[in-house]
Design a protein around this ligand. Structure first.
Ligand code: FAD
Ligand code: NAD
Length: 465
């Protein structure tokens, strides 16, 4: 950090919204040393102010969250601190100082190129709203939980998206068990309190159910031997099967593992309402049933955030995909100037996963270096052309013309390559120390595996290799 160049507000500014998978990968890979070189080169030209970049990161939380291990925090197997990394820890190791602002982007003005950010944390200073100008904006705000406006979800269900969600679930889960252990509790009430309902058979719901089952087997049986056998886990999914993105063999394997683990899977069943003590279901035959339960965890999918939707609404011609920001092959927001979108807030042909977001972030870091090179050369050209008009000496003019030609040739060599996603496979933990994996092979085919391995070891290898 001692060698960091100071943040320079007169330089070109990249504003990155978010501190998740996409933006963290971008920040880590962004080579700010390149920009120093750019600065030294162009301090000799007529307009040095536009040749160096500074970066601003804006996010309502000041850390990166390793989402794959969130369900382990929810059942208390991992401590919350072990799955986060401070964004300032990442930025303080960059060559050029990066400004980190803990705030929420409220709106983007793509005409004047500004973002309005607000500090929505409990403690506010005299100033809590600010307009930040940008030259380049990276939208990496992820997505938020989709509740489809179903009554009671927001009020009574736990989510599994943020660190606070996992902490809340862990509290509620343990409270249900302790309340069931309260002396004199009726049998019916004990059964209700120990019934955990997970809504959504996507990877989040499946992994969480698996973790709940492990916790029951590994810990609760010895802590609460009289209650453990009464704990029931039900997974509710509206579609005909769970994990639609995995191959049929792995779906069948997951369903049979859940059966052995005594996790009930209810497919073709839709949650219609969540009440404080129960969940209302529409059954496959369209009849309505009410299941008493102690806790409901909602893993029903995601939708775009308000800041993303509002920005998209400013480009009604180009931004017509309800899943998120439409980008071109270079991850540039269609219709806008200087805005990029990566990760879950964008709509691409790839699944909204950490794997995609981090590859997009790393790609954008490489792109920004190329763009910086291009900008340098453009500015050099501009300066040379101005100089050319002022020179009267023929020899000197000839030298400038040669330099202009050489600069043009260099510019032609700066190629911006389109983003290419390399799929490393899909993994999901299903409990009982088993994970399922659809892995691509060199011939393009997908192989499916059941892996018996320490899940955290698996993740560590996949994400940090
Ligand atoms: P995020 O990582 O969600 O980051 C968004 C960032 O934007 C956050 O820092 C947030 O605080 C910030 N932000 C939000 N609103 C604003 C605003 N208004 N202004 C500024 N900043 C804002 N994917 C996999 O590939 N493999 C897995 O094993 C896997 N497991 C998962 C497990 C769980 C429980 C969950 C919930 C998801 C999992 N995913 C997994 C999906 C993966 O987490 C997402 O695809 C990934 O987080 C997307 O990255 P992102 O950068 O687009 O968004
Ligand atoms: P999802 O969209 O994949 O699944 C949500 C499920 O909830 C859907 O199957 C939907 O039919 C169901 N649902 C919605 N409303 C319902 C209702 N009222 N009643 C019953 N069921 C209902 O969401 P997710 O599991 O949170 O995953 C989100 C993204 O994150 C996906 O792209 C996923 O691949 C990724 N992810 C990946 C992993 C992994 O790779 N291990 C883990 C978690 C998440």
């Amino acid at each position: 950090p001692g060698s960091q160049l100071p943040f320079d507000e007169t330089k070109k500014t990249v504003v990155i919204l978010g501190s998740g998978w996409g933006s963290t990968s971008l920040l880590k890979a962004l080579d700010t040393t390149e920009y120093n070189v750019v600065c030294q080169l162009f301090s000799l030209t007529c307009n040095p102010a536009k040749h160096l970049w500074t970066q601003v990161v804006v996010s309502p939380k000041n850390f990166f969250l390793f989402t794959p291990l969130l369900p382990s925090v929810a059942v208390g197997t991992l401590s919350p601190r072990s799955i986060i990394q401070s964004t300032r820890y990442i930025t303080r190791h960059k060559t050029r100082g990066v400004s980190v602002i803990e705030a929420e982007a409220q709106s983007v003005d793509p005409v004047n190129k500004t973002v309005t950010v607000t500090d929505n944390s409990p403690i506010k200073g005299a100033t809590s709203t600010k307009k930040i100008p940008y030259d380049y904006l990276v939208m990496a705000v992820g997505a938020e939980v989709q509740t489809f406006g179903i009554p009671g979800v927001q009020e009574h269900a736990c989510f599994m998206k943020e660190l606070a969600d996992a902490e809340r679930m862990q509290k509620q889960f343990m409270d249900c068990i302790e309340t069931a252990a309260f002396p004199g509790q009726s049998e019916e009430e004990v059964q209700r309190l120990l019934h955990m309902v997970v809504v959504g058979g996507g990877p989040t719901g499946i992994e969480l159910s698996g973790e709940l089952h492990d916790f029951l087997e590994d810990d609760l049986k010895s802590w609460y031997p009289e209650l453990a056998s009464k704990i029931k886990i039900t997974l509710v999914e509206a579609l005909p099967s769970v994990l639609p993105m995995f191959s049929k063999q792995l779906i069948d394997y997951t369903e049979s593992t859940f059966k052995e683990s005594k996790i009930d899977i209810m497919t073709k069943t839709m949650v219609k309402e969540v009440k404080p003590d129960s969940v209302v279901l529409q059954m496959p035959d369209k009849s309505i049933q009410e299941l008493p339960c102690g806790m409901v965890v909602w893993a029903g999918g995601n939708k775009g955030r308000k800041v993303t939707q509002d920005l998209m609404a400013k480009f009604p011609q180009e931004q017509t995909n309800r899943r998120g920001i439409v980008v071109d092959d270079y991850l540039r927001m269609k219709g806008a100037d200087g805005i990029y979108a990566i990760g879950d807030c964008s709509a691409t042909s790839y699944a909204p996963t950490a794997q995609v977001a981090s590859q997009e972030g790393a790609y954008l870091a490489r792109m920004l270096v190329q763009i910086a090179k291009k900008d340098q050369l453009e500015n050099k050209l501009e300066a040379l052309e101005i100089e050319q008009t002022k020179i009267e000496d023929d020899e000197a003019r000839k030298r400038i013309v040669e330099e202009i030609d050489a600069t043009r040739a260099q510019m032609a060599k700066v190629k911006l390559r389109p983003f290419h996603y390399s799929h490393q496979g899909s993994l999901a933990y299903i409990g009982s120390e088993k994970a399922i994996a659809d892995l691509p092979f060199m011939n393009g085919n997908v192989g499916f595996f059941v892996i018996f391995w320490t899940w955290s070891e698996m993740l560590t290898r996949c994400y940090f290799a």
